[in-house]
Design a protein around this ligand. Structure first.
Ligand SMILES: Cc1cc2nc3c(=O)[nH]c(=O)nc-3n(C[C@H](O)[C@H](O)[C@H](O)COP(=O)(O)OP(=O)(O)OC[C@H]3O[C@@H](n4cnc5c(N)ncnc54)[C@H](O)[C@@H]3O)c2cc1C
Length: 229
């Protein structure tokens, strides 16, 4: 069964930009953040955040957090996603959820070649047939050992804005694997809609400066972002 990848921003910190700006200003003011929050002009919040984080004071954007539901992706993707340690995850269990029909992600390099796709699909059928046979006799937690990396899953992920910046730097880069890159690009698009001032400069390193990848660089820098003030 083909399941399309979906990324939903489920929840995020209310007034994230004003909050981070007020928290940042509270470090340099006699006033407390409660008073500063009342005074922050949303139009100035972006410049304030850029100024403070520009000094290397990145912890101020940790006050904003964002929760996404990432659906219909492969376990090959989630294995990479969960390597990001400054994040919280809740992933569909293969111990408690038994999926008897094949549901898997086919890489585009496979799906564009009919013969390869046929080979891939039949390997999936064989794996799932073995899974069903085993699941009749042993617990799902043991039968799942025959399931492939391509198997689809759902995961809920929460990251703060600082970790998201780091994640997006690594995973929107063209060196990142295609599936996690698609998820990261979609997350960035949705983040720019709700917190444009925090995420205006987020993305691969080449949107902000030179590529750090050296010999591994793709040689195709993205369009540079205009510095927002
Ligand atoms: C293109 C690409 C290829 C990759 N290839 C491989 C591979 O072949 N094999 C492999 O195993 N992994 C691979 N990875 C995964 C990579 O090594 C990281 O595990 C993953 O990207 C998470 O990044 P991170 O550790 O920087 O971030 P996070 O875990 O999100 O942490 C964020 C930051 O917090 C700090 N931090 C977190 N935990 C610690 C700690 N314990 N000690 C000190 N500082 C800490 C670091 O500054 C870190 O950058 C690859 C990643 C990419 C993007």
């Amino acid at each position: 069964m083909v399941i399309a990848m979906k990324v939903h921003l489920l929840s995020y910190t209310k007034e994230a930009e004003r909050l981070c700006a007020a928290a940042g200003r509270s470090c340099y003011s006699k006033k407390a953040a409660s008073k500063l929050l009342e005074e922050v002009d949303p139009e100035r919040a972006g410049a304030m955040i850029a100024e403070i984080t520009g000094m290397g004071h990145h912890s101020v954007i940790e006050h904003a957090s964002y929760t996404f539901s990432v659906e219909g992706v492969s376990r090959a993707l989630t294995h990479q996603l969960v390597r990001h340690r400054i994040a919280s995850f809740s992933q569909q269990s293969q111990r408690y959820v038994s999926i008897k029909e094949p549901t898997y992600v086919t890489p585009p390099s496979v799906s564009r070649d009919e013969a390869l796709k046929e080979k891939f699909d039949s390997a999936m059928e064989v794996a799932w047939q073995a899974y069903r046979d085993l699941a009749d006799k042993v617990p799902a937690e043991d039968a799942r050992y025959v399931l492939p990396n391509a198997c689809t899953t759902n995961v809920t992920v929460t990251m703060n804005a600082r970790e998201l910046w780091h994640f997006l730097t690594l995973r929107t880069c063209s060196r990142a694997q295609w599936e996690i890159r698609e998820v990261a690009e979609e997350m960035l698009k949705q983040l720019k809609e709700v917190s444009p001032r925090i995420f205006s400069q987020a993305g691969p390193p080449c949107v902000r400066g030179p590529c750090p990848e050296g010999k591994l660089s793709c040689g195709k820098p993205r369009k540079r972002l205009v510095k927002k003030t």
